[in-house]
Design a protein around this ligand. Structure first.
Ligand SMILES: [Zn+2]
Length: 238
């Protein structure tokens, strides 16, 4: 994956005069359509190092190295691709776009993982609703006369009452604890213990326009104090 936008790299290649860049280090002589000089990458007495300005590349017929202007800077300055691009951009007075930087690349990966955590947590909550642990939540939904279709449509689920149920499940799925905490689903207490933030709650996922889940709201608490809802005449409820 390109770490800088491809358009920026292309712009850099177009703007950089490879002959000028190479000439800072190698004495070149114009021969026909190309420039020739002594290869800086292997010892030689007769020039076999060619630079083609129009095509924007260099090639050595002696040792076989070749590439574009960025490759030359990489090899000559012994830099990685990213640093070679930065150096070249600096020389040309171009601003390196920050949006594609390494740090942002890591941020983008984290953001993707956070979305994934929300997605699997929503599935986990929905699953819990069908488990024996979700009986009270189901009962309360019934009392509030929410139709199963509505429950499905809203994506409602149940956050179980245990302290570390969701946390342990997410860790078991391979999600790293720092990101699990960053998701807001797990909170760190004063004593340093990481515990589920939502317990014994009916959860409603909050989605973006694109449909990806970015958070959760508490639809209602299933704890005792929330049982102020008048009991419905339903003899089958536990
Ligand atoms: Zn060479």
């Amino acid at each position: 994956m390109a770490l800088f936008p491809q358009s920026f790299i292309e712009d850099l290649r177009t703007r950089a005069d490879i002959v000028q860049v190479v000439q800072e280090h190698v004495s070149l002589k114009k021969v026909g359509g190309t420039y020739k000089g002594l290869c800086p990458f292997h010892g030689e007495k007769t020039p076999s190092f060619h630079v083609n300005r129009e095509k924007g590349f260099f090639h050595c017929f002696g040792c076989g190295v070749g590439g574009d202007v960025i490759k030359f800077v990489e090899m000559h300055e012994r830099l990685g691709f990213m640093d070679a691009v930065r150096l070249l951009a600096q020389k040309l007075g171009l601003t390196v776009p920050e949006s594609g930087g390494e740090a942002n690349e890591a941020d983008a990966r984290d953001r993707e993982t956070l979305l994934k955590i929300h997605e699997v947590a929503a599935a986990f909550f929905r699953q819990q609703m069908t488990e024996p642990a979700g009986a009270r939540a189901r009962d309360q939904l019934q009392r509030r006369e929410l139709k199963p279709a509505t429950v499905d449509e809203l994506g409602l689920g149940y956050a179980p009452s245990g302290r570390e149920v969701l946390k342990n499940w997410l860790l078991g799925q391979g999600y790293p604890l720092p990101l699990v905490i960053k998701s807001g689903l797990v909170a760190v207490r004063d004593n340093g213990q990481a515990v589920d933030r939502f317990r014994n709650r009916l959860m409603i996922p909050i989605s973006r326009d694109t449909g990806s889940i970015i958070g959760f709201g508490v639809f209602f608490s299933c704890a005792r104090k929330a049982q102020s809802v008048p009991p419905a005449a339903n003899p089958s409820s536990p």
